[in-house]
Design a protein around this ligand. Structure first.
Ligand code: SF4
Length: 229
């Protein structure tokens, strides 16, 4: 493999975003339904998406809303009934108590089950607020901010972390937490959504953890793999 193209940081990010967007095109139905969703719906949906596919988490969310149309009903439901409603998303016995605990905390903090106040907060404040709830980490908070509130933040999942290192967008020794700061700093605001969704798709389709399919990869000339893995 020839060496990566020596582009400056912002130019490099813009070029990578453009190439990946051209390759993967418009977002999927799953991605579109995540946009401008109610922030509390988005938060619960993000929890359901942990360790499962988009299709399964979509099914679990639909089934949850069908069984318990309001968050009040989901909070008051027996834990087992809530778990039954989200079985399609996997880890139901872990996610159900996590969801109810989160709903309980939000109700205690607000007196109501919604997160509308996030709309009025600057991104840093909204992120700190969300991360203040037990079980809400950096990535989950960033997903709510990016998808539900259209704030310019970059959620870093395992695909973004791996590909970001290989493309030398973030330091090789980045952790998931430090990578959030690095991506937020380096990715222009208007590229954050596009780059996040296409990196996830690229990670699933081609840039796998081991044995990535580099032949014909659209960003190959900008990549440092296998030097950086
Ligand atoms: S598929 Fe290969 S060339 Fe493309 S980004 Fe991943 S490691 Fe780099």
């Amino acid at each position: 493999m020839s060496g990566p193209e020596p582009l400056q940081d912002e130019k490099r990010v813009r070029r990578i975003t453009e190439l990946l967007w051209d390759e993967y095109g418009e977002g999927s139905d799953h991605e579109r339904t995540r946009l401008q969703r109610d922030p509390l719906d988005s938060l619960i949906k993000t929890i359901l998406s942990q360790n499962t596919s988009d299709v399964n988490s979509d099914r679990a969310f639909e089934s949850l809303k069908e069984s318990f149309p309001t968050w009040e009903e989901a909070l008051e439901a027996p834990e087992e009934a809530l778990a039954d409603s989200i079985r399609a998303g996997g880890l139901a016995n872990i996610k159900a108590p996590r969801i109810q605990s989160l709903l309980r905390s939000i109700k205690a903090a607000h007196g109501a089950l919604h997160l509308e106040k996030l709309h009025d907060m600057p991104p840093d404040e909204a992120r700190d607020y969300l991360e203040g709830f037990k079980g809400v980490g950096r990535k989950t908070a960033a997903c709510v901010l990016l998808f539900a509130l259209q704030r310019p933040v970059f959620p870093v999942d395992t695909h973004c972390l791996r590909i970001g290192r290989r493309l030398r967008l973030i330091p090789e020794d980045s952790t998931a937490d430090s990578a959030h700061e690095a991506f937020d700093a380096i990715v222009p605001d208007e590229c954050k959504l596009k780059l996040h969704v296409t990196m996830v798709r690229h990670g699933r389709a081609r840039c796998r953890p081991s044995d990535p399919d580099c032949e014909g990869c659209t960003v190959r000339r900008l990549c440092a793999y296998p030097e950086i893995d």
